[in-house]
Design a protein around this ligand. Structure first.
Ligand code: HMG
Ligand code: MG
Length: 302
């Protein structure tokens, strides 16, 4: 077992977390959340997505949010771009990294981005080319790498197939996502193994939703394979509008608590992160989904 000594976290709360919120969240609140995340030491933040506002109304303020952020040097701000139209809009806001997002299951690809896997790759290819030409980094999200809300179990071969296509079009690193949070450690390891046929371990990020309470175990399983990049969501915000019933990503607070307890560095100040989570949970009028945050807030209250 060779565990990494340092882990890099991407907080996807402002995007994956908030995209599914029914109540309007003003751009100013999203901007404040990003400011609090960077103040807590996050070096990568997934800010928003340039998708159709008819499909995902909560992300319609993408340009306003990007323009409102007081950027910190050394922080990477990423945005989702499903096609050239989204990329062209995103380009004006100067993201450091764009994310094309595909799925290992055909049914999810159709529901989420309205095209087959093969068609999605055709749409992504010019986006990737344009981004790289503009000096913007490119990540590829791979949804449903262990399970699909429409097809059930997803075979590792499907993951290898998608990772191979992503590699062919020039995507620099990929997210192995358990979109519906149904995965368990050995299944997640198989999905990562399949991805490693095409990407080096340094180019693989774990993205685990916590619907069935497995996300932290899945994180540990990935760490044991040497994966050291993970996505998580402050206060456990979120869910995907096209994965009904799926809850948020693993809470960033949970991941930090586990990693720091294992002596693995993250550069993140857990107390400040808990304040960021309390800020957005208060705004949404609900309790944090993070048990670590709950425990520490209870302790603070004495
Ligand atoms: P489409 O309808 O197939 O696109 O949607 P189209 O090219 O036929 O265009 C139709 C209309 O959409 C046109 O407008 C376009 O202008 C507009 P109209 O003429 O009807 O007024 N349009 C756009 N508008 C703004 N930005 C764009 C854009 N593209 C077209 N980029 C599309 C295709 C991908 C746009 C659509 O299906 C969509 O927006 N889907 C939303 C996908 C999404 O955001 N899903 C959630 C994020 S993925 C996720 O959460 C999973 C992840 O976390 C990993 C994991 O956990 O698995 C990443
Ligand atoms: Mg997700």
């Amino acid at each position: 077992m060779s565990l990494p000594s340092r882990v890099q976290l991407i907080d996807v709360g402002p995007r994956d977390g908030l995209q599914n919120e029914k109540q309007p969240v003003p751009a100013a609140v999203k901007i404040e959340l990003v400011h609090r995340l960077q103040a807590a030491g996050l070096k990568e933040i997934e800010v928003t997505s340039f998708v159709s506002p008819k499909w995902v109304p909560q992300m319609a303020d993408n340009a306003e949010v990007m323009a409102g952020i007081q950027r910190q040097s050394g922080v990477r701000y990423s945005v989702l771009t499903p096609n050239l139209q989204g990329f062209e809009a995103a380009l004006k806001t100067q993201p450091d990294e764009i994310v094309v997002f595909g799925a290992a299951s055909e049914a999810f690809s159709l529901k989420n981005i309205n095209c087959s896997i093969a068609e999605s790759i055709e749409r992504f290819a010019p986006v990737v080319q344009a981004a790289l030409a503009a000096g913007i980094a490119v990540r590829g999200a791979m949804s449903c790498t262990v399970g699909c809300p429409y097809e059930g179990d997803v075979a590792p071969e499907r993951v290898a197939y998608l990772a191979g296509l992503m590699k062919q079009i020039g995507v620099q690193r990929v997210d192995v996502a358990d979109t519906i949070g149904a995965g368990t450690p050995l299944k997640v390891q198989k999905a990562i193994e399949a991805t490693l046929q095409h990407y080096d371990v340094d180019q693989v990020c774990g993205h685990f939703h916590d619907t069935y309470g497995q996300a932290l175990s899945n994180t540990l399983a990935a760490l044991q394979m040497g994966v050291w990049n993970f996505q998580s969501s402050v206060a456990g915000l979120g869910g995907c509008p096209y994965a009904k019933g799926a809850t948020g990503n693993v809470a960033t607070e949970e991941v930090i608590y586990m990693l720091h307890g294992m002596g693995i560095e993250t550069g993140i100040d857990l107390d400040k992160l808990i304040d960021a989570g309390a800020f957005i949970s208060d705004f949404l009028g609900r309790k944090t989904q993070s048990r670590v945050a709950t425990a520490i807030l209870n302790k603070r209250a004495g």
